[in-house]
Design a protein around this ligand. Structure first.
Ligand code: FAD
Length: 427
């Protein structure tokens, strides 16, 4: 039997997970080629003090900041089949996660399969049969030397926390201070004593605000979420969203108030960007926050041998990648037969309509949170592999609850997995 050739784009957590599962099926799959832009594995977890671009002109990928500690304990963050070092605390500094991913890469002997990608092009067979589509990948090394190879399938694992979403704020050019996005924030010291308006109160906005007040910055957390009711550290005040900048450079907020600031820090999230893909050619609409149609958030119905891993938001990332990859492997090895293109398109349309009719905003169509568990169970049951252990959900939900009550202290706790079904708190 001809072995299937699979390309993996990105050597972050999702790409390494894909490579690991391909390498474990040597009877059906050739060793993958893993394309990576940088010279490191770990993606987001490779902290880089530089901002802007690498020496070769490509944008810096990681949005990691120096003092970040994980917001999930290692017991739930881990790939279910690869625990972190048991001597570590539950909530880790970023370099421990990068070390973990390096050791995952080493244990599964992925390193020798890693090379950077410029374009991905489907080559449709003469009879138009989808299952015979192959993929031409053009890649280049750091010296610019290009190479083209052909694959039966492609896993896109290039991440979606690298291309800042910059909201349009009328009059922004009038602002006299510094405007930066959290993608380029590294540490708090430069902002000591400054007045900082942080726009956005999700994970990064909240975390960075807490870092800033610790060095004596005066922070206004400006957001459109319901007012935060848990205790915020002294020095952080909340406000409605910034809606414009006045002619004199002061910020105007939605409630009509106006104030000046030294820094406007945009913690406004990231856009989907795939410069190496032609969305139109693939029948895909790639917008800032939404990519559609993707059957089960994984594959464009017109090209079901192209898989996007990890594009759902508000999920428990590594376990979610592990489930998605195993489902895609089941599609590729023939143990799962996907519905026809028309049926997949119809299902995606129906799901989107259903969400919109429930009042979900269009830009939140990839957010899962509670839905992630049914989603993962359903992929596991269709793919015929083990579902996530129940402990993943129970610990994830407990940590979310703790984050909501003690945003500054929840990382001080340590947990231990007692069984697939239970966890306990150690202190
Ligand atoms: P990435 O880690 O972004 O990896 C993508 C890889 O693809 C990169 O190595 C990149 O160089 C490569 N790439 C991109 N384009 C190309 C190309 N054209 N050719 C070749 N290679 C390419 N998750 C948690 O579970 N816990 C946390 O505490 C947590 N904290 C976070 C904090 C921050 C600041 C951010 C930004 C994210 C955090 N996350 C956290 C989510 C995190 O993104 C995921 O855990 C996970 O690391 C995403 O992995 P990925 O492989 O999808 O993407």
């Amino acid at each position: 039997m001809m072995l299937k050739r699979v390309a993996v784009i990105g050597a972050g957590a999702a790409g390494l997970c894909a490579a690991r599962h391909i390498l474990s099926r040597v009877n059906r799959f050739a060793p993958p080629v893993v394309y990576e832009l940088t010279d490191k594995v770990g993606g987001t977890w490779c902290y880089d003090e530089r901002v802007g671009t690498y020496p070769n002109g490509r944008p810096i990928h990681s949005s990691m900041y120096r003092d970040l500690r994980t917001n999930l304990p290692k017991e739930v963050m881990m790939f279910p089949d690869f625990p972190f070092d048991s001597s570590l605390n539950s909530f880790l500094p970023h370099h421990e996660v990068q070390r973990y991913l390096e050791s995952y890469c080493q244990s599964h002997a992925i390193g020798p399969h890693i090379r950077a990608v410029d374009s991905v092009r489907p080559v449709v067979s003469a009879d138009g049969e989808q299952s015979r589509t192959t993929w031409q990948m053009t890649s280049s090394d750091w010296s610019g030397r290009q190479e083209t190879e052909t694959f039966d399938a492609v896993f896109v694992c290039s991440g979606h926390y690298s291309h800042p979403h910059i909201p349009s704020i009328p009059g922004i050019d009038n602002f006299k201070g510094e405007v930066l996005h959290s993608h380029s924030y590294r540490y708090a010291e430069p902002y000591a004593g400054q007045t900082v308006v942080v726009l956005g109160a999700k994970a990064s906005g909240l975390d960075i605000s807490i870092e800033l007040v610790k060095v004596g910055a005066k922070v206004t957390l400006s957001h459109r979420l319901p007012r935060i009711t848990f205790p915020l550290p002294e020095g952080i005040q909340q406000s409605s969203p910034v809606v414009a900048v006045e002619d004199d450079g002061r910020l105007r907020f939605q409630d009509g108030s106006v104030s000046s600031a030294d820094v406007l820090l945009l913690c406004t999230g990231y856009n989907f960007r795939y410069p190496f893909l032609d969305g139109r050619q693939l029948g895909l609409e790639i917008q800032d926050h939404v990519m559609t149609p993707l059957y089960r958030f994984l594959t464009p119905p017109a090209f079901p041998s192209l898989f996007f891993i990890g594009i759902c938001k508000m999920v428990c990332p590594f376990p979610n990648f592990n489930v998605q990859v195993q489902f895609c492997m089941a599609v590729l090895d023939g143990s799962v037969t996907l519905p026809s293109r028309g049926e997949m398109e119809q299902e995606v349309r129906r799901e989107l309509q259903e969400k919109l009719s429930r009042g979900v905003e269009h830009r939140h169509l990839h957010m899962m949170q509670l839905e992630q568990w049914d989603y993962c169970s359903s992929l596991a049951s269709s793919g015929g592999f083990a579902p996530l252990p129940p402990v993943t959900r129970s610990l994830y939900e407990e940590v979310w609850r703790q984050r909501g009550v003690h945003p500054q202290k929840y990382r001080e706790r340590n947990y231990r997995l007692v069984s697939d079904a239970r966890w306990e708190e150690l202190n």
